[in-house]
Design a protein around this ligand. Structure first.
Ligand code: ZN
Ligand code: ZN
Length: 200
């Protein structure tokens, strides 16, 4: 990836993510590092799958948006899964080849950023977009330019028999509300097809 391509990807990722912060770019670079080790391109559909050890708060949430932007594994396509282990780490799987790599953020790096002015302000309740750019931008620059092995450890490629969940085109109408639903969302009640909203 050229510097220009990386800049473009970063800009798209910031728009998608919503604010400038150091953790999203860290996820972006982690995703790229995993793809490079696996020798794969960004997922157009579900060629790749991310098993993320993050949970839904603070740096972990931002980090996973960066991983999604880099890998093309997105919640909409359903090829990201959150394991809620409260750790900045994930496994990227090349589904067809049955191979994966695990990326973990260097704990020294994480410890240092937790002592930063950025996190100090965040802990006081300042929103990421309200942290002054003179604090945020040097941190982003550092993440985007640091050598990969300072930021993460990337495992060797390993074999995996991971099978992603399969979708269905089978589709029905709810007999009560008339709305359309894919089959796994339908229930049979007294011989009628009932959706989960109507059943509730
Ligand atoms: Zn963020
Ligand atoms: Zn219904």
């Amino acid at each position: 990836m050229t510097d220009r391509e990386l800049e473009e990807l970063f800009d798209v990722a910031v728009k998608f993510h919503g604010h400038r912060c150091p953790a999203m770019p860290l996820g972006l670079r982690a995703g790229l590092a995993a793809m490079e080790r696996l020798g794969v391109q960004r997922a157009q559909n579900k060629e790749l799958y991310v098993l993320s050890e993050t949970a839904a708060s603070h740096a972990m949430a931002c980090f996973l948006d960066g991983v999604q932007a880099a890998t093309g594994c997105t919640y909409g396509k359903g090829n990201v899964e959150k394991l809620n282990h409260y750790r900045l780490a994930f496994t990227l799987i090349d589904v067809a080849m049955g191979r994966g790599v695990r990326v973990v953020v260097n704990p020294d790096r994480q410890e240092a950023s937790l002592r930063s002015r950025f996190v100090e302000l965040r802990a006081q309740g300042v929103e990421p977009q309200d942290v002054p750019p003179e604090i945020t931008d040097p941190m982003i620059h550092a993440v985007m330019t640091a050598p990969e092995d300072e930021l993460f450890s990337v495992s060797e490629v390993f074999e995996t028999d991971f099978e992603p969940p399969r979708g269905t085109f089978e589709w029905l109408r709810c007999d009560l509300c008339g709305e359309g639903i894919f089959a796994p969302g339908a229930r049979m009640r007294d011989g009628k097809v009932v959706c989960q909203r109507c059943e509730a």
